[in-house]
Design a protein. Structure first.
Length: 339
């Protein structure tokens, strides 16, 4: 007699005989629970995964299924491109990129999300914060676009093959990743370049480390944008942020660059202008002292001067601007820690 037959015989004997009524009731309940569990597990195994009411971000066990079900269009091979042989039974053709979505939770950062998903932070930053604008600021509940593979979006401008050569990505891979052929290409269209990554200053901007707070212990006394003029009360546009701190506090350069101007302005008082890369310039105003000269090459963190109240100012503070090709940008989008 097998062990299973022995258990069945004992249960049958306990249920049939009336010697142990309490034990019989307990065993009956256990038997009912066992049968119910088997039925539920059987039904659950036959349900689709994920269930229709759920949306899974990604499932590493079936990653390529996302490429098949989430593409915006059917991938069409380029007629001029010869088919590539498969390796080990698998195709080596670049899979199309799929965009999924992630809802931000308390404590999330773009870098942390990228680490958990096994992606390069540059990939997620580029998909949601072009040129690093606002990379430090993610809101709880915000939906972030998550590409199914590493890469960056690139705007088609000029010759397609030359652009691919610049990024060192094969044209065939770019076409396949975007599920398009050469006849679909148009100037100005956004293309996903698989495996590409920013370098140098662009990479630093993407990760949010290219620009730092120029003061320690400062608080934002006036924000970027329209405000009431502190002297006239009239509505005027404030082209930077005012960071209040003790008089004479050291002012550090927010980024690497070259001192373009250092002198006097009737509005900014004693000021310094630092030319960075990619058309960015950084302006520091109302200084009590200037400690650099035009033409000096400086590194991030180098001391430019000291906080003062020169020029159009009501008290000691630093007026800090970020400009792109001369157009004022909100410094809070680039600098972590403005409060």
């Amino acid at each position: 007699m097998t062990s299973t037959e022995r258990v069945r015989s004992i249960l049958r004997a306990c249920l049939v005989t009336g010697y142990y009524p309490r034990r019989r009731a307990v065993l009956s309940a256990l038997a009912l629970t066992l049968v119910t569990s088997v039925v539920l597990l059987t039904l659950d195994a036959r349900l689709p995964f994920p269930r229709p009411s759920e949306q899974i971000l990604y499932d590493p066990s079936d990653w390529f299924a996302l490429f098949r079900t989430g593409t915006s269009g059917q991938w069409r091979p380029d007629p001029a491109r010869p088919a590539r042989p498969g390796l080990g039974g698998f195709s080596t053709v670049q899979p199309p990129v799929t965009t999924l979505y992630y809802r931000v939770k308390p404590g999330d950062t773009i870098t942390g999300i990228a680490q958990r998903l096994g992606l390069n932070p540059d990939t997620i930053s580029s998909a949601n914060r072009p040129e690093g604008r606002g990379v430090h600021n993610v809101s709880v509940g915000e939906l972030l676009r998550i590409p199914s593979q590493d890469g960056v979006p690139v705007t088609l401008a000029g010759d397609f093959d030359a652009l691919c050569a610049k990024w060192k990505i094969a044209p065939d891979d770019v076409l396949a990743a975007n599920a398009v052929s050469r006849v679909d290409l148009k100037q100005g269209m956004a293309l996903f370049f698989p495996g590409a990554q920013h370098t140098g200053y662009e990479f630093s901007l993407s990760l949010g480390v290219a620009v730092r707070l120029p003061l320690r212990g400062a608080w934002e006394s006036s924000t970027f944008g329209y405000r009431a003029d502190p002297f006239t009360g009239l509505r005027s546009k404030h082209q930077g942020v005012d960071l209040a701190v003790a008089y004479g506090s050291p002012i550090a350069s927010a980024t690497d660059g070259v001192v373009r101007n250092a002198g006097w302005d009737d509005i900014l008082g004693n000021y310094v202008e630092v030319r960075g890369q990619m058309g960015y310039t950084y302006i520091y105003g109302h200084m009590s002292r200037i400690l650099v000269k035009p033409g000096m090459v400086i590194s991030q963190g180098a001391i430019l001067g000291q906080v003062g109240d020169t020029g159009y100012a009501t008290g000691p503070h630093l007026h800090f601007e970020v400009r792109r090709y001369g157009i004022p940008q909100n410094p809070a989008l680039f600098v972590p820690g403005i409060r």
